[in-house]
Design a protein around this ligand. Structure first.
Ligand code: ATP
Ligand code: MG
Length: 309
């Protein structure tokens, strides 16, 4: 388990991380979200022993990493926000360079490089020099560099920024697999949908502070305990609307031409009932959308601003 205890960082007089407490238990997948400049990268740098906190501390299995960062470093893979690769070297040569930093050499290094190239889907491009790679391929190689020593905990700082949708999907799928295989993950992003896909628990950071923490479900509870169901129907039928109101006592039904909007508590699952009532009244539902609050809504609710401008 990796823990941040009252972690703060000042650059000159500006405090950019303020009294942050976080927990990353083994095997869990944790999200850290927040807008530009929130302090996410600074927090990650302290968690991974790259910069020293102004106050507070980071514990790895209960022991301070400031005194002895080595036990953590052996288990930790960090994928930095900025791509750090040698453009004139091939993919394989880049990985060899990073592997040696982790103390790997000889046969073992070669085996690990081959293994990592498979994981990041670059085996067929391993001999090509990096400056010929697309943005997405460079990102994948950057991830690969953090995997050579088979870390049990992976910290990723916005690994999908500025790449094409296909590479992004590939990376998300790969990371999802790591998590399923039992890797602990701290995933930073300002794309809510990525965090929703990958993480069990989420920390929301704004202006250096953790302003909310919980499971996705708990955070969404903050916003609303309601769901909205939108139905598109082939004809407007007053009986249908009346029957919905009667049979779903907690629902509020509104009609606007062929669009019906039903608001009701999130813990109920009314779709089967709705379709049955429609059939009884000869109404055909041509589309149905169930809207529950997103983490994006949570952020807006907590800070009064959108996550991305
Ligand atoms: N080395 C530094 N010296 C001075 N200020 C810094 C330094 N590093 C970061 N900052 C400032 O600290 C604040 C937090 O930066 P940080 O990079 O941690 O934010 P972030 O949440 O990662 O943002 P982004 O989403 O843009 O990556 C910003 O105001 C930034 O300008
Ligand atoms: Mg950052």
């Amino acid at each position: 388990m990796l823990q941040a205890i009252n972690l703060s960082k000042k650059f000159k007089t500006k405090e950019v991380v303020k009294q942050v407490n976080m927990e990353m238990p083994a095997g869990e997948s944790i999200g850290l979200i927040g807008p530009n400049g929130a302090g996410k990268s600074t927090t990650i740098s302290m968690l991974s022993s790259l910069i020293i906190p102004t106050s507070g501390e980071v514990l790895w299995d209960g022991k301070s990493i400031t005194k002895d960062p080595d036990p953590l470093r052996k288990k930790l893979g960090v994928v930095p926000q900025e791509i750090a690769l040698y453009p004139e070297l091939s993919a394989r040569e880049n990985l060899a360079f990073f592997g040696r930093i982790y103390g790997l050499k000889g046969e073992l290094l070669e085996t690990r490089i081959t293994e990592v190239l498979m994981k990041i889907g670059l085996s067929d491009r391993q001999r090509d020099i990096v400056k010929t790679f697309s943005g997405g391929m460079k990102r994948r190689l950057n991830i690969g560099a953090a995997l050579l020593h088979r870390p049990s905990i992976l910290i990723m700082d916005e690994p999908t920024v500025g790449i094409d949708p296909q590479s992004r999907a590939y990376i998300l799928e790969t990371v999802k697999q790591f998590v399923e295989e039992g890797m602990s993950l701290l995933y930073t992003s300002h794309y809510m949908e990525e965090v929703e896909l990958l993480c069990d628990k989420v920390y929301i950071m704004d202006q250096g502070e953790i302003i909310a923490y919980g499971t996705k479900e708990e955070l969404k509870e903050l916003v609303s305990s309601n769901q909205t169901i939108e139905l598109r129907v082939n004809l407007v039928n007053a009986n249908f609307e009346k029957a919905l109101t009667n049979q779903l006592p907690t629902a509020i039904v509104r009609t606007e031409e062929e669009l019906l909007t039903i608001s009701m508590p999130k813990n109920e699952e009314p779709l089967a009932t709705i379709f049955a009532i429609a059939a009884e009244n000869n109404v055909v539902i041509t589309a149905a959308i169930v809207k529950v609050p997103s983490l994006e809504d949570v952020f807006l609710h907590l800070t009064g601003k959108a996550l991305r401008d």
